[in-house]
Design a protein around this ligand. Structure first.
Ligand code: GLY
Ligand code: MN
Ligand code: MN
Length: 495
């Protein structure tokens, strides 16, 4: 990749982006401003381009739903200006950026995923008027389209503001004018923090951390119950994820010849081809790495006879993610002890899934799964009973380690800012989606368990939708029972 013609840190670059330059055609600014750009080239580059404006665009599928979401937010904060940024590119080095992912709050309310976008809800009448502020198409007259690092010639065509309005169903304006507008505006205002430092700076004297947090909490809780569109997206995420797991099983011999990275790369290919990305760093944990809960280094060996704990999820193009775990025998058959531990986790997951239904307490599925795991740990003599005593003291947690699940949606740990009473102390409702993911983990250096247990980790994780009459397992395309897993692997390896 060639370098930009404007050094990113030069005074000239700053001037080129400045307002006073906008009125001057490039050829009048050339002297020393753009090294290596002749008058003739500057003149030449401003002309000869076709009109590519897109007209009569259909709204994106989310548009009908995002209007309802904005209406709910408007009703909660009457008379207040609400500012929800998408976020900015983050520099990796020099003029190279990390992959951008729009903030969940912004994407949830607009359906848009542009960097630098900002949704503003202005109080109007009894409600609000929504405007989405975006970077418009690059100007061809002033050279920005080919001389600026964010010019369309470098990063690709953006939608014009008129196109964005049609797609999103929201009036669009130039985001470069927004900081000044926010500085001049009066009246109460809140911003979702952590995504756009320049927007926050423009509001710095007008907002408080406490009031902004209330906005973030509200948006987190609003996402707990999914609408029909969201449920469809979560199902797509789970279906792509199931295909990604199949891809991995088919190449386990190549992973054995290389490392866990082969598994990570294989799943990533599926995620990028069918979706936007992985929804979180894939956990490709072979052998004793399975006992490290968030093993994402994925640089270890893959050995026949060991287990592979694969925890991975495809994120759809609309930013909904699956979160699925299977613990697979790398050689296709569980050993006797692996199967015993696996079956305990399976039974715990079954008990957990059975506890997911409308009206149940959120904590019920965790308690149900923990009880089954504790019964087995006592039965195996790893901890002294009775079971009630172990549960009361939480002694099983040396091996169960984590909660049995969490809300799932646009974020893998969705609704994370929700208040305790609205989440872990809350009640399940139809449309909520959560993971049920019990596990047992015997660390390689755990001297309290027999040697043969050490280095074995098992987790089984599925994505469970609360329905009117119980639940639906969105990730049921992947087998869970030990014998079914073995048969599935055998069939894939033959195919
Ligand atoms: N993949 C992270 C989790 O299961 O919560
Ligand atoms: Mn999970
Ligand atoms: Mn997971």
């Amino acid at each position: 990749m060639a370098e930009e013609l404007i050094p990113a840190d030069s005074d000239e670059a700053a001037a080129a982006a400045g307002a006073e330059e906008e009125e001057q055609p490039i050829k009048q600014r050339k002297n020393g401003l753009y090294p290596g750009v002749s008058d003739e080239l500057a003149e030449n580059m401003t002309s000869g381009w076709a009109d590519t404006e897109l007209r009569d665009l259909e709204p994106i599928a989310q548009a009908a739903h995002t209007a309802d979401r904005r209406a709910a937010l408007s009703a909660r904060f009457p008379g207040e200006r609400l500012v929800i940024p998408s976020g900015n590119l983050k520099t990796r080095s020099n003029d190279t950026e990390y992959a951008f992912r729009a903030s969940t709050e912004y994407a949830y309310l607009t359906g848009d995923q542009s960097e630098d976008g900002v949704l503003v809800l202005e109080p109007q009448g009894g409600g609000h008027r929504a405007t989405v502020y975006l970077l418009p198409r690059s100007d061809r007259e002033n050279g920005e389209f080919w001389l600026s690092g964010q010019g369309e010639l470098w990063v690709g065509r953006r939608h014009s503001l008129a196109e964005a309005e049609q797609l999103l169903g929201i009036p669009a304006q130039d985001v470069r004018e927004l900081p000044e507008k926010l500085r001049e505006a009066t009246g109460p205002v809140r911003v979702v923090r952590g995504h756009d430092a320049a927007i926050e700076a423009a509001l710095t004297d007008k907002v408080t951390a406490e009031r902004d947090e209330e906005l973030r909490v509200n948006l987190s809780e609003a996402r707990a119950v999914k609408d029909a569109f969201e449920i469809g997206e979560l199902q797509k995420a789970c279906d792509s994820t199931a295909r990604g797991f199949e891809d991995v099983v088919k190449v386990l011999d190549k992973a054995e010849a290389t490392s866990e990275r082969y598994i990570e790369g294989t799943f990533f290919l599926r995620a990028r081809v069918e979706g936007n990305d992985v929804g979180y760093g894939s956990i490709c944990a072979a052998g004793p790495h399975a006992t490290t809960l968030h093993w994402v280094r994925n640089d270890g060996p893959v050995r026949s006879g060991d287990l592979l704990l694969l925890d991975a999820g495809v994120e759809t193009h609309t930013l909904y993610t699956a979160d699925v775990t299977r613990t697979l025998p790398i050689n296709g058959r569980y050993s006797e002890l692996q199967r015993t531990i696996y079956d305990a986790v399976y039974d715990a997951q079954e008990a957990g899934i059975a506890a997911v239904k409308p009206g149940a307490k959120y904590r019920d599925f965790h308690d149900a799964a923990q009880r089954v795991l504790t019964e087995r740990l006592v039965e195996w003599g790893l901890v002294e009973g009775p079971v009630e005593r172990v549960l009361e003291l939480g002694l099983q947690r040396r091996w169960t380690l984590h909660g049995t699940g969490h809300m799932l949606g646009m974020d893998v740990h969705d609704c994370a800012a929700a208040r305790t009473e609205a989440y872990v102390d809350g009640t399940l409702e139809p449309g909520m989606c959560l993971t049920v993911e019990p596990g047992l983990y015997f660390q390689a250096d755990d001297l309290t368990v027999p040697e043969e247990y050490r280095g074995i980790g098992v987790r089984i994780e599925d994505d469970i939708l609360v329905t009117e009459d119980g639940n639906r397992n969105l990730s049921a395309a992947l087998p869970r029972r030990a014998d079914e897993v073995e048969a599935w692997m055998a069939a894939l390896k033959q195919g």
